[in-house]
Design a protein around this ligand. Structure first.
Ligand SMILES: [Fe+2]
Ligand SMILES: [Fe+2]
Length: 473
């Protein structure tokens, strides 16, 4: 097991003890980061302690230990997956050549931008969700939110570590800017649009973790086999933490759906709102709201930049090592294009190298659809003839070939008047939001749970699911 230096003020396994310059830069960042955490971290729990997992190693088994940590004294640290001696580049024009430990000059701009863009999402998601600590449905859920928040913080640390280590003063300026931008700010927003939408309710938070953290997984996977070895190893470690974030979303939504099913059967009605539940139609509208924001994160299906990054050996397909061929990108991919002048959309076959973003987006959709089919099986087994669905790729997009055109959630073109008439059917209404506010009252006593979801099947680290004080105020 690769040991972590826990004695250092900044826990790490990147050899900070032998790198005084980098260590000093990270100590500067620690001070600045804590100011940001104080202002933008989870609200109302600043002086609490929570039952959190903390990395103590970086190997697949036994990398974390659990215990109570005062949030004000949390130590984020810098962790990378262990180096693989003799590792060679897997893909692109440099396949088979030794990987880079220092950054080639010709790729500096691209990688710097990649680190900044990835880094910016991490504090963005903490800022988006910071008020949810005040309305958590149980101590278990609050603890998960806090775990999520500290880990997103650590992912920012990972990107800042690479910026400081490889980009000197410029990297320090980038780190400052990462702490200065704010989710939803008019003057200095987060870079990617999705991260500027506040998560005002727990239903949105669960959908966010289910969809957006899974996008995060795909983005991280695409550089986890990069020829830039420090980036590959940093993202490999980040992925170990990301799994729990996706679990929060997937299992959270399952618990909400199960509660709704129980209430629908108990009261023999589709409208469980009067009984404190969340209607399936409301859930569908929130899925319709968030999914297009996440689709936008994948960029245009057809992208010359994505091809350049692949051939340079920097960014691959997801699970590149599972493909047979890593150099030429053989094969064709189906994408949709709009006829010039804004006419009809048509499916066209293009060489894979021209549509790598589309390849990633399609793999992502396949995974999400498969996971959602489990919820639909729960509904079918309960005799409920409703399915939860992802909206069409065309629906309500802000970027790409579908932006500025109106479609139904099924993907049929509609005019503006129709869209506005049916908006309340397709997207969250003021009544939906008011209902969520009304039912999502904080529940903070051990052994208790809000009425709009069922308990988790098991607790954290073999502790009781509900009857345990995961957070001490
Ligand atoms: Fe993250
Ligand atoms: Fe995450």
């Amino acid at each position: 097991m690769t040991a972590v230096d826990l004695a250092c003020a900044i826990p790490n396994n990147v050899g900070l003890a032998e790198k005084p310059g980098l260590r000093k830069s990270l100590e500067w960042f620690d001070v600045e980061f804590r100011k940001w955490w104080f202002d933008c971290g989870p609200a109302g729990v600043r002086d609490s302690e929570a039952y959190l997992r903390t990395p103590v190693g970086v190997d697949a088994g036994g990398w974390a230990q659990y215990g109570f940590v005062p949030l004000s004294q949390y130590r984020w640290g810098v962790f990378q997956a262990p180096a693989k001696p003799g590792r060679v580049a897997l893909f692109g024009a440099i396949a088979g050549q030794p990987v880079w430990h220092a950054l080639p000059a010709e790729h500096r701009d691209y990688i710097r931008k990649l680190l900044i863009t990835q880094g910016d999402t991490e504090p963005g998601s903490v800022e988006q969700s910071r008020h949810l600590a005040l309305t958590a449905p149980s101590l278990y859920d609050l603890r998960n939110l806090l775990q999520f928040s500290v880990e997103e913080g650590r992912h920012l640390w990972a990107m800042v570590h690479l910026l400081l280590d490889h980009f000197g003063d410029a990297g320090r300026g980038d780190a400052e800017a990462l702490l200065a931008r704010r989710s939803g700010s008019a003057g200095n927003p987060r870079i990617l649009d999705a991260f500027n939408n506040p998560l005002q309710d727990w239903l949105s938070y669960f959908i966010w973790c289910f969809l957006a953290d899974r996008d995060g997984k795909y983005q991280l996977l695409s550089v986890s086999e990069s020829a830039f070895d420090p980036l590959a190893r940093s993202t490999q470690f980040m992925l170990t933490e990301e799994a729990h974030h996706m679990f929060i979303g997937e299992d959270g939504l399952r618990r909400v759906i199960q509660r709704t099913i129980d209430l629908m059967r108990e009261y023999d009605t589709d409208d469980v709102a009067p009984y404190g539940g969340i209607n399936l139609a409301t859930m569908q509208r929130f899925l319709n709201f968030w999914a297009p924001r996440i689709y936008d994160l994948f960029g245009s299906d057809e992208s010359a930049r994505a091809a350049d990054a692949f051939f340079a050996g920097i960014k691959s397909r997801v699970h590149e090592s599972n493909y047979d061929e890593h150099v030429r990108l053989e094969g064709m991919v189906t994408v949709e294009r709009c006829a010039p002048g804004g006419g009809e959309y048509a499916a066209v076959q293009v060489p894979m190298q021209d549509a790598l973003n589309g390849v990633m987006r399609q793999a992502y959709l396949h995974e999400v659809t498969m996971l959602m089919s489990r919820w639909n099986k729960l509904l079918a087994r309960a005799g409920i003839a409703v399915e939860l669905r992802l909206p069409s790729q065309r629906f309500n997009r802000r970027f790409g070939v579908y932006a500025d055109r109106r479609f139904s959630p099924e993907g049929d073109p509609v005019d503006e008047a129709t869209f506005e008439t049916r908006r309340g059917e397709w997207l969250p209404t003021a009544a939906d939001r008011a209902h969520l506010r009304a039912v999502q009252q904080p529940v903070r006593a051990p052994g208790t749970l809000a009425g709009w979801l069922v308990p988790p099947a098991r607790g954290i680290n073999n502790m009781p699911a509900l009857d345990f004080e995961y957070v001490r105020f």
